[in-house]
Every structure is written in structure tokens, then in C-alpha cells.
Design a protein around this ligand. Structure first.
Ligand SMILES: [Zn+2]
Length: 70
């Protein structure tokens, strides 16, 4: 498995807010709780954002879907 860091701060404010708000926490079993300390990386051709659930502090990861090139 290869994991490549990406620059989350290079995204627009709108994208950052949207990604930090549209989350799913397995531990809380709830959506859209929000996450803090977001980090973005690429793994096996997919882009993920990872942070901590604002409610329980557990690790939260979401796949980022982007429009296909071309
Ligand atoms: Zn949680």
C-alpha cells in the first residue's frame, strides 16, 4: 500500500468546509458530525480525508470523490 500526502490547505475554503462537515463516524454511527485536524492523502489511487470526529475524537476517514479528468 502506498500513501501519498496531499495538500489539503491548497483546496478552496468551500471545499475544505464541505469535506469537514460531510463526514461519517463509525463509532458514533452518525453522519455530518464534522472532523478536526483534517489530513488529505492518496492511497491506491483514491483520495481520502482523515481527521478526528468532533464528537467522540475517534479517527474518521472519508473518500473524496472528484470528477473524472477529461
Ligand atoms: Zn464520533
Amino acid at each position: 500500500m502506498t500513501r501519498t500526502s496531499r495538500d489539503f490547505t491548497a483546496r478552496t475554503e468551500f471545499e475544505r468546509e464541505w469535506m469537514q462537515e460531510n463526514t461519517w463516524c463509525d463509532r458514533c454511527n452518525l453522519a455530518d458530525l464534522g472532523l478536526s485536524s483534517p489530513k488529505e492523502y492518496e492511497e491506491n489511487g483514491k483520495i481520502y480525508i482523515e481527521g478526528k470526529c468532533k464528537k467522540c475524537g475517534d479517527s474518521v476517514r472519508s473518500e473524496v470523490t472528484e470528477p473524472e479528468a477529461g
